[in-house]
Write a protein that binds this ligand. Structure first.
Ligand code: PHE
Length: 513
């Protein structure tokens, strides 16, 4: 028996010497035997997966003798047996013939009569010719030797007589592949630490994956991410573009200074903000002129403002921190918008949103963590007014299933006017705060280089609160941190913000109301 290595070598050396293999049927082992079909397929597949060869299938019909057909080829047809049993001088008694030949007697007689080889003489059979040619045996032998017969009619006849059966034979035409070689390179099944260390991964060939595809059992979205998905969809439906929020560490410049938040503001204290120790600062700022304009507007004012009248210091702006709000990303994006406007020569309105993590140095309790998620939206267009902000907030919260919101004047260093957004909580029977909003100040926007008629409305809200309400959690530590129950994550349903869910957004009890 040829091993698959033997067959592999045979195929590769044949290809090497002959250039191609027209038909794998012609392959013979060293001892002259044909190679079993399955062994050939296995080797061809393995070589093809390494791109060492390519192959195409050749299909053809072959005719094989049945057990009966083989008997005929070996010892003659039934009719010939009958003829041979008839004594040339005395003939044979019909009863005797049956005893002698068994089943062949009956089948052979008819054919022998038809061929006019024998005739009946009383209760005896006698020969009509001196000798015969057993064509049926010759036909069977031809089929056995060649796998077919020169006369299609004969093949049909013998098939009908169940002496022959048709089988489909598959063989292959083989050519050299792009990575043809006489040597079979061993394909690695694993990428190992050694390969990475010594660089051998660069030249190593790897075995292709053929995973069976079992659906993984893990991979459940955390409830916060489920609610985030729903919020994202709302923003996308409203034509918003998602801001890149992957910068968790930000300079004080983008988190505070660009937002016209004075350097003495209490939020810029280590009691409220996590500052980085190593590296503690970054001077990777945009163009110097912009930084200069920020310094100017803080110190002396401009764009119709008198500023704060203090000595603005770059060192304070360089301090790195964990961003305290996603408005740090918005300020960065609005600066880019100003740059684009300058490059294009005309202003193009923009709608941005983000939903990501922010950090505050807070005392942790049942409703506060030192990190949480903010949902933030920004719309920039010419001549927007407070009316646009109010109108848009009504549309936005209505879409989240929260109708009838109210606004209360508020203060943010970077927006003027600013408004907190409230919704009636039927369970608590009071107005609860949902978010914060406002129109970015000219001190911020014009310093960036945006024209005075470009107005930017923006708002922010937390992601944890609506999620806790939606999933019935009353301690934030059940949602985030080491106390989270994995079962809570696996068993909670997908979040759908329908009308009912909207009521849940402002309070659990609202569902029954
Ligand atoms: N940054 C504010 C906060 O942290 C939210 C806000 C965003 C307010 C944009 C106004 C405009 O609460």
């Amino acid at each position: 028996m040829a091993t698959s290595e033997d067959i592999q070598t045979l195929i590769l050396t044949t290809l090497d010497t002959q250039g191609a293999i027209e038909n794998t049927d012609s392959l013979k082992t060293a001892d002259g035997n044909a190679i079993p079909y399955l062994a050939v397929v296995g080797v061809l597949n393995s070589l093809a997966s390494k791109e060492m060869i390519t192959y195409t299938t050749i299909e053809r019909d072959q005719f094989n003798l049945t057990q009966e057909g083989n008997d005929i080829a070996d010892s003659g047809s039934h009719e010939a047996k009958v003829f041979n049993a008839v004594d040339p001088v005395n003939g044979i008694a019909i009863a005797e013939l049956a005893k002698l030949l068994g089943a062949s007697a009956k089948i052979g007689q008819g054919k022998a009569f038809k061929n006019k080889w024998i005739k009946k003489d009383g209760d005896k059979l006698v020969r009509e010719v001196e000798s015969i040619v057993d064509q049926t045996q010759l036909d069977a032998l031809e089929i056995r030797n060649t796998g077919t017969h020169s006369k299609p009619a004969t093949l049909k006849d013998l098939q009908a007589r169940k002496h022959v059966e048709k089988v489909k034979l598959i063989s292959y035409k083989v050519a050299k592949g792009p990575k043809f070689s006489l040597k079979i390179e061993k394909q690695a099944t694993d990428l190992t630490a050694e390969m990475l260390a010594d660089g051998s991964w660069k030249t190593q060939t790897f075995k292709k994956y053929n995973f069976a595809g079992n659906p993984p059992e893990g991979g459940h979205l955390h409830p916060l991410m489920k609610v985030r998905e729903e919020f994202r969809k709302i923003f996308f439906e409203l034509g918003f573009e998602e801001m890149p929020t992957n910068k968790y560490v930000e300079s004080s410049f983008w988190n505070f200074d660009a937002l016209f938040q004075p350097q003495q503001h209490p939020a810029r204290d280590a009691h409220d903000t996590f500052f980085l120790l190593d590296p503690a600062t970054s001077s990777n700022f945009p163009d110097k002129e912009y930084v200069q304009r920020v310094k100017e507007v803080h110190s002396h004012g401009g764009y119709g403002s008198i500023g704060y009248g203090y000595d603005w210091k770059i060192e304070e702006a360089e301090k790195l921190l964990l961003r305290t709000h996603t408005t740090s990303v918005s300020s960065n994006m609005l600066y880019r918008l100003a740059q684009e406007t300058k490059a294009r020569g005309s202003f193009k309105p923009a709608k941005f949103f983000s939903i990501d993590r922010v950090y505050r140095n807070e005392t942790v309790d049942a409703t506060h963590l030192a990190e949480f998620h903010q949902v933030e939206g920004v719309i920039a267009d010419k001549n927007l007014t407070l009316g646009d902000l109010i109108g848009f907030m009504e549309v936005f919260f209505e879409k989240m299933g929260v109708p009838n919101i109210k606004f209360k004047p508020a203060f943010n260093p970077y927006t003027e006017p600013s408004m907190e957004i409230f919704s009636w909580h039927p369970g608590l029977e009071k107005w609860v705060e949902l978010g914060n909003s406002g129109m970015f100040r000219p001190e911020m926007l014009e310093a960036m280089g945006l024209d005075p008629d470009v107005r930017v409305i923006a708002w922010g809200l937390g992601l944890e609160r609506p999620t806790m309400i939606k999933y019935g959690l009353d301690n934030i530590r059940e949602l985030l941190g080491h106390k989270v129950d994995l079962d809570m994550i696996q068993s909670n349903p997908a979040c759908r913000l329908d009308k009912k869910m909207g009521k849940e957004l402002v309070g659990k009890d609202a569902v029954d109301a």
